[in-house]
Design a protein around this ligand. Structure first.
Ligand code: MN
Ligand code: MN
Ligand code: MN
Length: 288
């Protein structure tokens, strides 16, 4: 059985519109799909508005991928199954929208100091209806001929440790988990190995995440090695967390993952999907 609990649309930095993503997921035979755009549920809401599945068709879950700060590190938390109208959750999303605007202004000021004027207007034009982010600055830099490629823009100006890596405005990890939980959702620590933490710091992150009411670890994200999956599985078991997985699909690439994750690749552990697919795998709360 295929599920996918981590996908992006044009509402954030994905290439496919929400409707096209839903269509593709259905064509692939995915049973349960969450749209988890960065800091917005606009893509999910658009898709849900014109998707009314019958009982045996794919189910669509509300989702989001929040950026937040833990111990000075930017980490991502995926929320699934929230009531998007819940006041705490809606206020959280509104705060993130302001944070993104403020961050974009700082990025633009820093790029201007490096001689790249007009990047805010350029990035906004690139973003269109989408949530403004660093990829839009990168796309503008490519379009202006400042760099040859998106990856060069990140390597030199926008990536981790570079001038465009502005993280001061994100909320704290405990806050975003609280918004998700208040709205009846499930909080999942996204791609725990991507933060490049030492082993002990990663274990502290996971412990703090659990203490904050986090429910699950994303043990499968896009393409990863068996060793990475093994490490994450052990971490989930050690901390008694449920497991989740998703493609983190943004667009078609030679190296990225296609939509859909086989449930048996996550098998043997207690999965967050049991909330929506009670007959699959072992139940939430059962011993691991
Ligand atoms: Mn992204
Ligand atoms: Mn992420
Ligand atoms: Mn993602």
């Amino acid at each position: 059985m295929l599920i996918d609990f981590h996908t992006h649309t044009t509402a954030s930095d994905g290439a496919l519109s929400p409707a096209v993503l839903v269509q593709r997921a259905r064509a692939k035979g995915i049973r349960l799909l969450a749209i988890t755009d960065h800091d917005t549920v606009a893509g999910y809401q658009l898709a849900a508005a014109d998707y009314t599945p019958t009982a045996d068709e794919m189910r669509l879950l509300s989702g989001v991928e929040f950026s937040c700060v833990w111990s000075g590190v930017t980490v991502h938390v995926v929320g699934l199954g929230m009531d998007c109208q819940h006041p705490d959750f809606a206020a959280g999303l509104a705060r993130l929208a302001v944070a993104r605007e403020e961050r974009a202004q700082v990025i633009a000021e820093r790029l201007a100091k490096l001689g790249f004027a007009g990047s805010l207007e350029g990035a906004l034009a690139e973003a269109g209806e989408s949530q403004l982010g660093r990829p839009h600055f990168a796309a503008w830099m490519v379009a202006q001929g400042h760099v040859k490629s998106m990856s060069a823009a990140f390597d030199r100006y926008l990536g981790q440790g570079k001038p465009g890596d502005v993280k001061a405005f994100w909320p704290e990890l405990v806050e975003v988990v609280a918004w998700i939980v208040a709205a009846g959702g499930v909080a999942i620590l996204a791609h725990p190995l991507k933060y490049q933490l030492t082993r002990s710091k990663l274990r502290r992150l996971v412990a703090d995440f659990k203490a904050a009411d986090g429910a699950g670890l994303e043990i499968l994200n896009g393409r990863q090695t068996q060793e990475q999956s093994r490490q994450l599985r052990l971490l989930a078991v050690e901390f008694g967390l449920e497991v989740s997985g998703g493609s983190d699909f943004h667009h078609d690439t030679a190296w990225g993952a296609e939509l859909g994750v086989e449930l048996h690749h996550l098998g043997g552990l207690s999965g967050v999907w049991r909330r929506w697919l009670p007959s699959e795998g072992c139940a939430a709360g059962e011993p691991l």
